[in-house]
Design a protein around this ligand. Structure first.
Ligand code: PMP
Ligand code: GLN
Length: 455
């Protein structure tokens, strides 16, 4: 208000406030100044802030926010202990701004193997505070006012506000479900892009597309054909690809995670994002990275050096050791990257059976540690409120945690405002949990089902 009041009135008010005896006016004038930057308009709500609090308050069993409740692997914890108590006291001090040398070196070695190309650890890799900061750097560094960024729905929720904060415009394209006709359970592979619809979203204004494979929340692992289609459009329209691959090791049923950067014409236009949180089951460490060509990463470094500058040295040291181990055991049965998906696949299958058993039909995920399930048979307990602003699945998930003690995330949280009401019959469960946790969730659902059938 004060800013908009114009110079003369503003001057008058400031003068008046600075004179003695007008302390209350002073408070009023200060309070009327708009404090919020315009770029924050409309992005103040956050599903994780809301549901983490609900889960902490009400849940007995938390399958909501995605984190393992089993320990990070011994070799990683031991690496951290060694770093902490070993002789190198410099591990408690700053390290290189763009990544602790041992970590960028081993990441470069690892990704050379995965991508089949030579990488320079100093220019093709940068370490970030989790994948979140990697994403933030990408949007800040590569998206300008007026640029469009294509986002595939459903999507990890922060892409939309991050594009907006950078001054860009998100353009959404849906994965459309194609349920199997034989009565079988749907799979995340049944959610597909319509090629013509996808092509129609690319224009001169398109600066980038965000790809998330394996996809959170559906667990979809994009096939070579689907990636080829996206790559072809990126090359044709000279568009960048921000490839969020934090679940790269979590793929099931012998599926292969294909890196879009390895497709023709894509390396030069792709930034790959990864997360030690997901890779080593240590989400609280917040170590992430980007891998890509220097022509893109140089701009991410500009954002990084002027914002975060540097990430915790000791956590980077331990993650570096974790990767050194994995490099040695690459492809072998003892490798954590081989063992973790095996264990998670069993947990996935267990939860699928349990949900199917109570009629909450799951969509079988090909990757990630999330599973989306259809809540239809339980809806009668949570009546619809016509014309409510809140999507039905969100009210359902809140009711469920408050009344049944089971936390999950509504699927609408992964849709843009305009499309939030398209799929309101689904909630997302995280199955990276101890057997006892999954069993406790199953017990809650079975008891609920019994109460429903006996009432
Ligand atoms: N991308 C996706 C798809 C995610 O699910 C998450 C959540 N962990 C992130 C990025 C952020 O990862 P981090 O915890 O490493 O910041
Ligand atoms: N990526 C995790 C999830 O999807 C956690 C997100 C978060 O806490 N912001 O559940």
């Amino acid at each position: 208000m004060l800013r908009r009041a114009g110079p003369s009135l503003r001057h008058f008010l400031l003068e008046r406030n600075s004179s003695a005896g007008h302390s209350s006016c002073s408070r009023e004038a200060k309070m009327s100044r708009p404090v919020q930057a315009r770029r924050l308009e409309g992005i103040d709500k956050n599903i994780w802030v809301e549901f983490v609090k609900l889960a902490a308050t009400y849940s007995k069993v938390n399958l909501g926010q995605g984190f393992p409740d089993f320990p990070a692997p011994d070799f990683l914890r031991e690496a951290l202990t060694r770093a902490l108590s070993g002789g190198n006291h410099m591990l408690h001090q700053y390290t290189r701004a763009f990544g602790h040398p041992p970590l960028v070196k081993v990441l470069a070695q690892f990704f050379e193997k995965l991508l089949g190309r030579d990488l320079d650890p100093m220019t093709n890799v940068m370490v970030t505070v989790g994948a979140y900061q990697a994403l933030f750097c990408c949007f800040q560094a590569l998206v300008d006012e007026g640029d469009e960024v294509i986002i595939i729905e459903p999507f990890f929720d922060c892409y939309e506000p991050m594009v907006k904060m950078a001054g860009g415009t998100p353009v959404f394209v849906p994965l459309r479900p194609n349920p199997p006709k034989d009565g079988k359970l749907m799979s995340s592979a049944d959610w597909q892009l319509d090629p013509a619809e996808l092509a129609s979203k690319f224009s001169e204004r398109t600066k980038a597309i965000v790809l998330n494979s394996p996809n959170n929340p559906l667990g979809k692992v994009f096939s070579r054909g689907e990636l080829g289609l996206i790559a072809e459009l990126c090359v044709k329209h000279d568009v960048l690809c921000i490839s969020d691959e934090v679940y790269e090791w979590l793929v099931y049923d012998g599926k292969q995670h294909i890196r879009i950067a390895s497709l023709q014409g894509m390396w030069e236009r792709t930034v790959i994002i990864g997360s030690a949180g997901k890779t080593f089951s240590a989400t609280g460490w917040k170590v992430g990275w980007v891998v890509g060509p220097d022509r893109l990463l140089q701009h991410l470094r500009t954002v990084h050096q002027n914002s975060v500058y540097h990430c915790a040295t000791i956590a980077q040291e331990a993650v570096a050791q974790g990767f050194q181990r994995e490099l040695m055991l690459y492809g072998k049965p003892e490798s954590y990257f081989v063992q973790l998906p095996k264990e998670l696949q069993q947990k996935r299958d267990w939860l699928i059976q349990s949900l199917d058993g109570v009629g909450m039909k799951p969509i079988i995920p090909e990757g990630t540690y999330f599973l989306v399930a259809d809540i239809s048979p339980f809806k009668s307990d949570v009546p619809d409120v016509p014309n409510s602003d809140e999507p039905y699945d969100s009210r359902f998930a809140k009711w469920m945690v408050k009344n049944k003690g089971l936390a999950a995330i509504p699927l609408s949280a992964f849709y843009s405002e305009a499309h939030k009401n398209n799929y309101t019959n689904f909630i997302r469960f995280c199955f990276a949990k101890e057997e006892a946790t999954l069993k406790a969730a199953s017990d809650i659902l079975q008891k609920w089902k019994q109460e429903k059938t006996s009432s």
